[in-house]
Structures are given as structure tokens and as C-alpha cells.
Design a protein around this ligand. Structure first.
Ligand code: ADP
Ligand code: MG
Length: 426
């Protein structure tokens, strides 16, 4: 099920998208300091593209000639990969486009996918810089695996929903609030989630809504819903890649001209801008895909219709948090879904019912560092594996995040599409 991207896409030129404001604002220096030489020595040609604003990468990837690229790699947090995934899925040729190998180098404050692939490789948890080096090695090796995506419907207009694609998580309640509120502690890096958690614990609240899900049918024994894929199959569905028309520069910053960009040299432009542009700036909710490209969601019915009869409707309506995960880690130190693998075709659904004490909730978060929270016998915590879910919050205002990005608040439903993307891992 794994192939070298250099075998599929010869030669393996990599578009490396960097969000210079991600994390503590050091993504570019982290890249030049820790990864660039490694890639050069391994002979991985790459072209650096510095993003100038939110959705820049999404637009770039939507329009790009993908035949030129062996892989699209981001150096940022999960938010930039979210842009890339959605840019690919918004293309007319999404089915082919989403086969482009994706890669992640942790340069943000939320590096959940990087932590997950590091974990899947069998390695022990490490510091942030070691995680970056570990992901740099994975990129040099260039082994590609399949990755699940979830299709997420947002229901401002239930008969005509907008849709986006998610590789990591859907969150509501405590975790979503922490993600957004902790933006102001961005300067401390990944520790912002710990600080945000402590602050939110002090003002713990209840979130009201209705949750329903389609449970995994474990009886048929085909838990992951996927049939094994041969190497031939993997390679035969990959996009046709031609040799690049020009040589790529791997040792110096080379920026491709950016379409519709007032400045043709994004690198220079970005260096002049100070990091302050990003700090404390309130972000717009991520827009969804209105054209509905992508695979049909056979498990979902329109949001204004009741869920199908084989779904489970949770009787409780008072929650502290709801978290749907498709990968193991929600952050470097939040090992939330220990059973999850990259392409198990499952949504790992975790929710915490209202009534939990602050102390018990704190214990849960501390246990998540080691992934032992599910064995804690916490009566308020429920964990179940599902294929699809729907959440209807009762309040008109609140926070829902998809892959850590704020989306429009309101009814939301999702279904998993097993292994439809490809990621550089192992
Ligand atoms: P972090 O983990 O530090 O939050 P992300 O990669 O998640 O880093 O990026 C945070 C947000 O910044 C995302 O919403 C992303 O779309 C957005 N973004 C990407 N590039 C830029 C840029 N050049 N300027 C401002 N925002 C950007
Ligand atoms: Mg983020």
C-alpha cells in the first residue's frame, strides 16, 4: 500500500508552501535551519512558496498545473494543509488532483497531523524541533500512504449545503473554544493549548445540542470498509506527470510568480511584512466549497431531514465537548484517538457529557498526553467509532472548528471517505 513518490512522479519536484506567520512566526527560519539542507543532501528538488495571506495556498493549488509537481508539502500548522486539501477538492479534476502526494512539516502551533504521522512511524514522542526533523526525514524518504478525508456539510441552507473536506478533526464545545481563544497565546507556540485549556476550565460551561451518528458495523468484519490496494493500483490512478519544463532551484529561495498577486516575488514581499499582521488578528470563518465537487456522500441525507433510521441519536442534549477525529493526535501532546490509523475509514467520536467536574475534566486532558483517557473509566466520557455523524447545536452562536479552523456555526454533518488522499509518511 506504500510507494515512493519519486517512483510515481519522476522527477519528484516538491512545491513547499510556507506560512511565515504560523506558530511563533518562525516557520521560514525553522525550515532553512532544520530541513532545507536535509532535502538538498537527499536530492529532493523543491520550490519554496511563501504564502501572503489566508486562502493564498488554497487558490494557488486550485489553479496549479499539478503535472509539474511530485508532491505538495506545507511547512506550517494544520491550517495550511486544510487550505491545500480544499483547494484540490474544489478542482474540476479533484479525483486526480487529490492523488497528488501531500506532505507536512510542522511549523505551526497546532501540528496534529505531523504528530500523528510521527506516532504512526512507531517513534516515541519528541520535542517540537525533533518532530520537525523527523518529518523532514519522512519527506526525504518519500513513502506515500493513503489517508482518509471527511466530507463536512455546513447547513446554513439545509437543502443546498456547502461542503468542505477535513483530514483531522471536527470539534464543538470545550476544545473548539480553546482552539479559538488560545489564538492570543500564539507567541508561546504549542503551549497555547495548555494555557487555553486552563483558562477555559475556570469558566467551564455546558453546550446544548443534538448529536447523532452512524455506528460502524463491526459484525461484517470489514471494519475499515476498504479493500487492500496493490502497488499497481496505487500507481495506475496517480496523475500523469511529465518532466518539469524548467530546473527547480533547491538551495536558494525561489518563488514562482503568483497569479493575481500584486507582488510577483512573495518571498521578498513577506520578508518586509512584520509578523504583527498576524498577531491577534481575528480570522474569517473558512469558506466552504459551494460547487460541491468531490465524491457523493452516500451516508448523508439533507440537513433538514431526520437522520436515517440506522443512525443512533444520543439521548443527552447537554455536553462539554464533542470531538470527531480521523487521526490519532489533536496536538503534539494530545493523543486523543489511540486506535486511529491514517486510512482506517473511521471517525473516532469522543464526547463528554455535562456534569463532569473541573477536576475530572483536567484529569482527562492530562491522561490524553499518554492516550490513557479512554481507560480512565470516566462516566461522562463516551468513545465510539462511526462512519458519519450529525451535530445540531441549539444555540445560535458558538464555535465549530474543522481541522482547527473556524467554520460557519450551525448544524453540521460529516462522513468519512476512506483513503481518498495520499500523504508522505513512514
Ligand atoms: P498555526 O498552527 O500556527 O495556527 P496554521 O497553518 O494552522 O498555523 O495557520 C493558521 C492560519 O493562517 C490558517 O487559517 C491559514 O489558512 C492562515 N494563513 C496561511 N498563510 C497565511 C499568511 N501568509 N498570512 C496570514 N494567514 C495565513
Ligand atoms: Mg492551526
Amino acid at each position: 500500500n506504500r510507494v515512493l513518490y519519486s517512483e510515481v512522479h519522476r522527477p519528484c519536484s516538491v512545491m513547499l508552501l510556507v506560512n511565515p506567520h504560523s506558530g511563533k512566526g518562525q516557520a521560514l527560519s525553522l525550515f532553512t535551519g532544520h530541513v532545507q539542507r536535509m532535502l538538498n543532501e537527499a536530492g529532493v528538488p523543491h520550490t519554496l512558496v511563501i504564502t501572503e495571506r489566508q486562502n493564498h495556498a488554497r487558490e494557488l493549488v486550485r489553479e496549479a498545473d499539478l503535472s509539474k509537481w511530485g508532491a505538495l508539502v506545507i511547512m506550517s500548522g494544520d491550517g495550511l494543509l486544510f487550505e491545500v486539501v480544499n483547494g484540490l477538492m474544489e478542482r474540476e479534476d479533484w479525483e486526480k488532483a487529490i492523488q497528488t502526494p501531500l506532505g507536512i512539516l510542522p511549523g505551526g502551533s497546532g501540528n496534529a497531523l505531523a504528530a500523528s504521522i510521527h506516532h504512526y512511524s512507531g517513534a516515541q514522542p519528541v520535542s517540537s524541533e525533533e518532530l520537525l526533523v523527523s518529518c523532514g526525514f519522512l519527506l526525504c524518504k518519500g513513502l506515500v500512504s493513503r489517508m482518509d478525508l471527511a466530507s463536512v456539510h455546513l447547513g446554513s441552507s439545509p437543502s443546498n449545503p456547502t461542503r468542505l473536506f477535513s483530514f483531522l478533526s471536527l470539534a464543538w464545545g470545550f476544545v473548539a473554544d480553546v482552539d479559538v481563544e488560545s489564538e492570543k497565546y500564539r507567541h508561546v507556540g504549542a503551549a497555547r493549548f495548555t494555557m487555553g485549556t486552563l483558562v477555559r476550565l475556570a469558566s467551564l460551561r455546558v453546550y446544548k445540542g443534538r448529536l447523532a451518528y452512524l455506528p460502524v458495523d463491526e459484525v461484517d468484519g470489514e471494519e475499515d470498509g476498504q479493500s487492500p490496494v496493490s502497488l499497481e493500483e496505487m500507481t495506475s490512478i496517480s496523475p500523469q506527470h511529465q518532466p518539469p519544463s524548467s530546473a527547480f532551484c533547491s538551495s536558494t529561495l525561489l518563488c514562482r510568480p503568483l497569479k493575481d498577486s500584486p507582488c510577483q516575488n512573495a518571498a521578498h514581499h513577506t520578508f518586509r511584512n512584520s509578523n504583527n499582521a498576524f498577531k491577534g488578528k481575528k480570522r474569517e470563518p473558512m469558506s466552504a466549497n459551494a460547487t460541491l465537487t468531490g465524491p457523493p456522500d452516500s451516508l448523508l441525507v439533507p440537513l433538514d431531514q431526520p437522520v436515517p433510521s440506522d443512525w443512533v441519536v444520543v439521548p443527552e442534549e447537554d455536553y462539554v465537548l464533542m470531538l470527531a477525529m480521523y487521526q490519532s493526535h489533536l496536538a503534539k501532546d494530545l493523543y486523543v484517538a489511540p486506535d486511529s490509523t491514517l486510512d482506517d475509514g473511521l471517525i473516532h467520536l469522543i464526547y463528554v457529557r455535562a456534569g463532569i467536574s473541573r477536576m475530572a475534566l483536567l484529569r482527562l486532558f492530562l491522561a490524553m498526553e499518554k492516550g490513557t483517557h479512554l481507560a480512565n473509566n470516566c462516566p461522562h466520557l463516551v468513545y465510539t467509532r462511526v462512519r458519519a455523524l450529525r451535530l445540531e447545536p441549539y444555540s445560535s452562536k458558538g464555535v465549530i472548528t474543522v481541522d482547527g479552523e473556524v467554520v460557519e456555526y450551525g448544524p453540521v454533518q460529516a462522513q468519512v471517505h476512506g483513503g481518498i488522499a495520499r500523504l508522505i509518511t513512514r
